[in-house]
Design a protein around this ligand. Structure first.
Ligand SMILES: C[S@@+](CC[C@H](N)C(=O)[O-])C[C@H]1O[C@@H](n2cnc3c(N)ncnc32)[C@H](O)[C@@H]1O
Length: 287
C-alpha cells in the first residue's frame, strides 16, 4: 500500500499513513459531519490524529479506524479533532451592530422573547457576544432574548458551558464590557475571566450536528447565526442545510453568515440583504 506522498516529512513520521487511511478518514468525517477535507490536508489530519494513536497505544491507522467505528467515545474525539474551532468575541462586529438595531426595535410588550440560534458556537465566544449585545440593547441583564448555542464538537461545548477565558482570548471585549459581563477568576490580577451568571443564563448549549436528519429544536428563530462553518461543506450540503433553515426561521427572520461565505448559489432559498446577511427569498407566485 502506498504511503501518503504529499509530504517530505513522511519518513520522519512515527506511524505509516497511507492514501487509503486518509481516504477512509475523509469519507467518515464527510458522511458524518459534512466536512469536505481537501487532499492538501493530509499533514494536518495526521498531526491531529497521531496523538490519539499514541494515547491508545495503537500502531497503525487501520487499528485506529477500527477503534473509532466501535467505540462512541473515541468516535467523538475523532470528530472533535477534525473540526476547526477558531472563534473570538465580537468576531465580524458589524453583525452585532445590526442585531442590536433589530433588538431595539423588538417591542418590549412583545409576548415572546427574541429567539436566536447560534448553530456553530464553538467555545462560546459567539453566543456570549450575542448575549452581551442583547443586554446592552435592552439595558438589562435579563433581556427578553433566548439563545440556543449548538455545535457538533463535544469538547468545545464543555468549554463554552464553563465560560472561562484566558486574557489572550479577550481581545474583542472592551474594558467596559469586561467589567460588566465577566468576573476575574483568580482575584485582582487574574489572567482568566468567567462570564457572569446572568449572561450564562441567557444561553442554552446543546450538541447539534447540522447534518442530522432532525434537529432537537422547538419553535422558530428570529435570527440564525451560522458563521464560518459552511465553508467546510460542499455546495450540495450547504444547500440542504439552507433548505432546512427555512423551516426553522420566523417570517422576517435573518441568517447571518461568515465573512467568506456566500449563498448566491442558493438565491432561490435566501436573498442577500446586507453584508453576509440573508433573508428567505420570497416565493414567486405560480401562474
Ligand atoms: C471555525 S468555527 C466557527 C465558530 C463561530 N461560528 C465563529 O464564526 O467564530 C466552526 C465550528 O463549526 C463546528 N462544526 C463543524 N461541522 C459541524 C456540523 N456538521 N454541525 C455543527 N457544527 C459543526 C465546529 O465544531 C466549529 O466549532
Amino acid at each position: 500500500m502506498r504511503p501518503v506522498s504529499a509530504s517530505n516529512k513522511l519518513h520522519t513520521r512515527e506511524f505509516v499513513f497511507t492514501i487509503e487511511d486518509y481516504e477512509n478518514i475523509r469519507r467518515r468525517i464527510y458522511d458524518f459531519a459534512g466536512i469536505a477535507l481537501a487532499s492538501s490536508k493530509q499533514d494536518m489530519v495526521y498531526g491531529r490524529l497521531a496523538k490519539r494513536l499514541r494515547e491508545r497505544r495503537l500502531s497503525t491507522f487501520r487499528e485506529y479506524l477500527e477503534l473509532i467505528d466501535r467505540a462512541p467515545g473515541d468516535w467523538d474525539i475523532f470528530v472533535n479533532a477534525l473540526t476547526t474551532n477558531l472563534t473570538s468575541f465580537f468576531r465580524e462586529a458589524h453583525h452585532f451592530e445590526l442585531l442590536a438595531r433589530r433588538l431595539r426595535q423588538w417591542l418590549p410588550s412583545s409576548s415572546r422573547p427574541f429567539r436566536i440560534w447560534c448553530c456553530a458556537a464553538s467555545t462560546g465566544e459567539e453566543p456570549y457576544s450575542l448575549a452581551m449585545t442583547a443586554c446592552e440593547a435592552f439595558a438589562s441583564l435579563s433581556p427578553p432574548v433566548e439563545i440556543i448555542a449548538s455545535d457538533i464538537n463535544t469538547q468545545v461545548l464543555i468549554d463554552a458551558r464553563e465560560g472561562v477565558y484566558g486574557s489572550e482570548r479577550m481581545n474583542g471585549v472592551s474594558e467596559g464590557r469586561l467589567h460588566k459581563f465577566f468576573q476575574a477568576v483568580d482575584g485582582e490580577h487574574s489572567s482568566r475571566w468567567k462570564v457572569i451568571p446572568q449572561l450564562h443564563q441567557l444561553v442554552r448549549f446543546c450538541r447539534i450536528n447540522l447534518l442530522d436528519s432532525s434537529w432537537p429544536l422547538h419553535g422558530r428563530f428570529d435570527a440564525i447565526f451560522c458563521r464560518n462553518v459552511m465553508i467546510y461543506f460542499d455546495r450540495e450540503t450547504q444547500r440542504a442545510i439552507l433548505q432546512r433553515f427555512l423551516g426553522v426561521l420566523e417570517e422576517g427572520g435573518e441568517l447571518y453568515a461568515g465573512h467568506s461565505e456566500s449563498f448566491l448559489h442558493a438565491s432561490d432559498l435566501f436573498t442577500n440583504v446586507g453584508k453576509t446577511v440573508y433573508r428567505p427569498t420570497p416565493t414567486r407566485r405560480k401562474k
